[in-house]
Design a protein around this ligand. Sequence first.
Ligand code: H2U
Length: 356
Amino acid sequence: MQFVAAEHQHRRLNPLTGQWVLVCPHRMLRPWSGQQEKAQENDLPDFDPTNPLCPGVERPNGIITPKYRSTYVFDNDFPALVEQVPTPPSSDDPLFQVAPARGTCRVMCFHPKSNLTLPTMSAKEIQVVIDEWIQQFNELSAKYAWVQIFENKGSAMGCSNPHPHCQIWACSFLPTEPQLKQERLRAYYGTHERPMLADYVDRELQKKERIVIENPDWLVVVPYWAAWPFETLLISRNNNKRINDLTLRQRENLAVTIKELTTKYDNLFQCSFPYSMGWHGAPTGPEHAHASSAHWTLHAMYYPPLLRSATVRKFMVGFELLAMVQRDLTPEQAAQRLREINGKCHYLHKDKLSGE
Ligand code: H2U
């Protein structure tokens, strides 16, 4: 019998992290009688006087969120990382290793209106968000080794507030995932003298099996090694190392790409598609200022949990938690569905061309 990736179980390597993913396409046939997610509500008001992220509303700590008209960034009132904290005593014991952790956490509102999301905002409004990401990155990267910009969208991904927003955590150390990538990308560059993701972009453009969106500045694919059902990787095609390298044209194209990708996501199951997304690029701060970043390529990851419908999600539990990550639908099947679904017109905007 001949091997067919869409039918036969196999393992794929994620070269960015060195972790393997088990692909079991035949499992899509199994029945599901487990938990059903509550689909995200679409009928939110544009202003909620009890939501602390809305303009003019008092937050639990007594600070009044200003009446902002565009984006708005503030220090997280409940930060995971702060700057001033005692240093833990060093330890030589291999079983009880400890290291200092300092940083700062911010919240960034994308828009004053609560009932918008990136796919229902205009490309121009998304570009304002991108410009603010860069502004924040410029400021925080001068001091911190890692600036993690990320968006949790939807309660299925742990988002605690429906107002359109993201978070920025800047830290004095390289967190685990970026540290793994730093090592793997550097090793690949050492052997091939090319950034791994630049080579990957070229290969995906040749193969044309996993492409979702393609334009001169950006490539969106369901990566060969995707763990989440409709996971995507948004990769710079211009050898950008960090988000603050982007030119005006690249930012304009990025806004259009984000709008198209997130519209495709929403249209897939006709719901506000939950995900966690975030940016990765070369490390920063004084420690990395003079180190080579030649091995890095700016990219964003989208990790959406939904598998079959607006209410049936993938759980990373059991074998995934205890042994290795496993997926049902192949990355090629997921890419085909995302490629074929309309990304120009949001299902809520039906007849008009998506809010532009
Ligand atoms: P999510 O991205 O998970 O929804 O988190 C929203 C953040 O907003 C969360 O980190 C912060 C929370 O601490 N927040 C404030 O800083 N002040 C508030 O008044 C509400 C929420």
